[in-house]
Design a binder for this molecule. Sequence first.
Ligand code: NAD
Length: 157
Amino acid sequence: MADMKSVLVTGGAGFIGANLVRLLLEHGYAVTVLDNLSTGRREYLDGLRIQFIEGDILDVELVNEVVPGHNGIVHLAAQTGVPGSVADPRRDCEVNVIGTLNLLPGRHRPSVNAVRQRAPEAGLPAAARLHAVPDAGAGEPAQARRVPRVQPARGSV
Ligand SMILES: NC(=O)c1ccc[n+]([C@@H]2O[C@H](COP(=O)([O-])OP(=O)(O)OC[C@H]3O[C@@H](n4cnc5c(N)ncnc54)[C@H](O)[C@@H]3O)[C@@H](O)[C@H]2O)c1
């Protein structure tokens, strides 16, 4: 984690994610948030200098477009509600298991050198020990964007 400069936070509009994003910005990281806003709130990130991408971790094409260029991922996107889990356990499994699988490093995203899935009991302050980047920080509005789709090359798999 020592060389980490640009961090993707999945679920960054959620309870833990929004707090972590602030912490990362305070320590100089450039932050991208990927969140489908199913339970998270965009307002939690108001006023922060981040790149916000509204999207789903089950959207493999989107994930493959977003992940490259980041030095690491803090994976917090999850279906966390018990009622939702009981009502639709398949969806629960897809988001929490397949969604995590989608974010694991692969040949198509060689720049990612770390994936961190944190539980609160592990302690958020650990993120503060990531080394700081001097030219990034909080203070400017979050920018929303949809990532443009990359057309596969003709004949590619
Ligand atoms: N809050 C706690 O006390 C607690 C305790 C133990 C573990 N955790 C774990 O920490 C992580 C985050 O918890 P939280 O409390 O911040 O939850 P949360 O529900 O507040 O945040 C989850 C975020 O993920 C987003 N999300 C959900 N499905 C998504 C998808 N398919 N694609 C993209 N974004 C998606 C939601 O919109 C939300 O912003 C979870 O893995 C949770 O299990 C939390």
